[in-house]
Unconditional design. Sequence first.
Length: 340
Amino acid sequence: MLDQLDHMLEQAQKALENSRDLAELDEWRVRYFGKKSELTEIFKEIGKLPGDERPLAGKRANEVKTALERAYEERVEVLKGLQRDALLQERFDVTLPGRPIDVGRLHISTQTLRNIYGIFAKMGFQVFEAPEVETELNNFELLNMPPGHPARDMWDTFYTTREGILLRSHTSPGQIRAMRKYCPNPIRVILPGKCYRYEQVSSRSDFMFYQVEGLALGRRITLADLKGSMIEFSRLMFGADREVRFRCSYFPFTEPSVEVDIDCILCGGKGCSVCKQTGWLEILGAGMVHPVVLENGGYDPGTFSGYAFGMGPERIAMLRYRINDIRYFFSNDLRFLRQF
Ligand code: DAH
């Protein structure tokens, strides 16, 4: 009987390998496991064996049964796989090239911000983050613009329904936060982030945009330091042969205040439509930190001095890449964004 079992196992395994689809497999199952199968017969026979032969035969019969069951399960999986492949080949042309996967990229403002961080990092500036939702106190008052100060009109501000809370209209309030955090130590930080203005949206101004503020405080910082770092910045950003011009200006939080121009990157100073025939392009505002602002930040204007500056990365990118409308930046048109 043991021989019979082994022989049956061998036969069944061969038959299994030869089954080519699930229907044939089912026939196989009926044949080897069914009520009328050889195996069922063998189990019946075992009952009739003499007592001392029974355990061995029973054990072997069970082993064969388990082996067949396992082989059957495996074959089911193999045949299902083959069937699936055949179906796929019928419906899909697997030799067609795949669809290209769209790869994301950094937004042009992010790229420009990173350029700016890189340049100022070389000069020892760290990034300092300040919130977009600000107090009126930080945004205006502590920057030397008390309520009713006419300079507040320079920024058309989004106020919230909470008294004294607004969306910052510039990154300058971050100066107060940085000073209060680092006082009485020297400071060299840049403060990047979004700003908001309640303004008519046009090709030149959006209601949301980025700014990068800078602040350097120390014991002997002068206007010459401000000029040196702004010249270095504009050359690294716009090219080594750029001319830089400082113009007198006014900001309530700096004294003296300047605006920084570079010679027009399009016409080189001869005059064109981009520079409005002036030959110059404005890139940022800056100045020596006003004594009142130093005091508000906790610094003694008798010992400390410093400079501050503020620039718009979108404006800088517009100049570098000759983009003529700021609205492209945040209207999410991939045809525009993919170019950078
Ligand atoms: N906050 C100014 C603005 O939004 C830009 C600015 C000018 C920042 C002069 C400064 C500065 O720190 O010194 O127009």
